[in-house]
Design a protein around this ligand. Structure first.
Ligand code: CP
Ligand code: NVA
Length: 333
């Protein structure tokens, strides 16, 4: 694992802070750790260290990925749930950061504004990892890039269309990594849901250097034509009010990923989703929306989700290998 000291001590808050080479290094390290795990070769060089996992929003994948990865590396974990800590209520972020820095070698934070995780990192003396904020989801990005690279054998030149709410954590983050890795990003959604102009122009500047591109379009046929990856996410994110479901369903239904979209993208296209997904009525919210609006699926049809073109469970597994790489590289040995 060459160059492992390069990222030692670094925070992992958003991929705008990392170079193309650093991102590639983390992907290579994740691939190596994945290979070793499959072969039963232990990498537990962080034995005796501990990490704090702060979740102000719920999680399945991110929490499990951090816990399993930390355990594999030989570390202990402490999980702080949305209700079970003093953070923000009785204790400031700055004080929390300094308290946890005295006990742990790294801190994961999932919560609301990006400014909160940035503040935590400012005051912490150990690496801070962003486990999702309203604006960015960088650990998800490494898993997605690894999955695309495993499938297509490369990242540069890959054409990815994101459908749905492209101005939130997933749309923003995918646009950033596509720009960084020389990929072609298309936000295919109604104009209201385009990523904000400032981030778009920043990503266009990066893409100009890497050979990537950023396109925003409301046209489904043009936006999804001949794409390698069709990506979507839930229409209402964690922390948003229930009242907006009706509006989102009305405005984003034309951007549902269905068979017509996948056929337009082409035979070699794959479907990706960070999960969890509303592809049937087997969830409480899915069933409620089904009853209220007479629908059976939302951002993606069950047919596409369950098809051979769907890489969603490979993506989910890769959360663990990539998060392991981030912790190993930033804590250092
Ligand atoms: N994709 C993702 O972050 O999933 P969780 O919300 O379950 O962690
Ligand atoms: N946009 C979603 C992503 C979940 C992984 C949310 O923030 O809820």
């Amino acid at each position: 694992m060459d160059k492992k000291a390069d990222l030692k001590g670094r925070d992992f808050l958003k991929l705008l802070d990392f170079t193309t080479e650093e991102i590639t290094y983390l992907l290579d390290l994740a691939a190596e750790l994945k290979d070793k795990k499959k072969k039963g070769i232990p990498v537990d060089t962080l034995r005796g260290k501990n990490v704090a996992l702060i979740f102000e929003k719920t999680s399945t994948r991110t929490r499990c990925a951090f816990e399993v990865a930390a355990h594999d590396l030989g570390m202990g974990t402490t999980y702080l749930d949305p209700a079970g800590s003093q953070i923000g209520k009785k204790e400031s972020i700055a004080d929390t950061a300094r308290v946890l820095s005295g006990m742990f070698e790294g801190i994961e934070y999932r919560g609301f504004g990006q400014d909160i995780v940035e503040e935590l990192a400012k005051y912490a003396k150990v690496p801070v990892w962003n486990g999702l904020t309203n604006e960015f989801h960088p650990t998800q990005m490494l898993a997605d890039l690894l999955t695309v690279r495993e499938h297509f054998g490369r990242l540069k030149g890959i054409r990815l269309a994101y459908m749905g709410d492209a101005r939130y954590n997933m749309g923003n983050s995918l646009m950033v990594v596509c720009a960084k890795m020389g990929m072609h990003f298309t936000a295919c959604t109604t104009e209201k849901y385009f990523p904000e102009a400032e981030l778009v122009s920043r990503c266009r500047e990066i893409a100009a250097w890497t050979g990537g591109s950023i396109t925003l379009t409301e046209d489904v046929a043009a936006g999804t034509k001949d794409k390698d990856v069709i990506y979507t996410d839930v229409w209402v994110s964690m922390g948003e009010p229930d009242e907006i479901w009706e509006e989102r369903i009305r405005e984003l239904s034309p951007y549902q990923v269905n068979r017509a979209v996948m056929e337009n993208a082409g035979e070699k296209a794959v479907f990706m989703h960070c999960l969890p997904a509303f592809h049937d009525l087997h969830t409480k919210i899915g069933a409620q929306m089904g009853e209220r609006f007479g629908i059976t699926e939302m951002e993606v049809t069950d047919q596409v989700f369950e098809s051979g073109q769907s890489l969603v469970f490979e993506e989910a597994e890769n959360r663990m290998h990539t998060i392991k790489a981030v912790m190993l590289a930033t804590i250092g040995e």
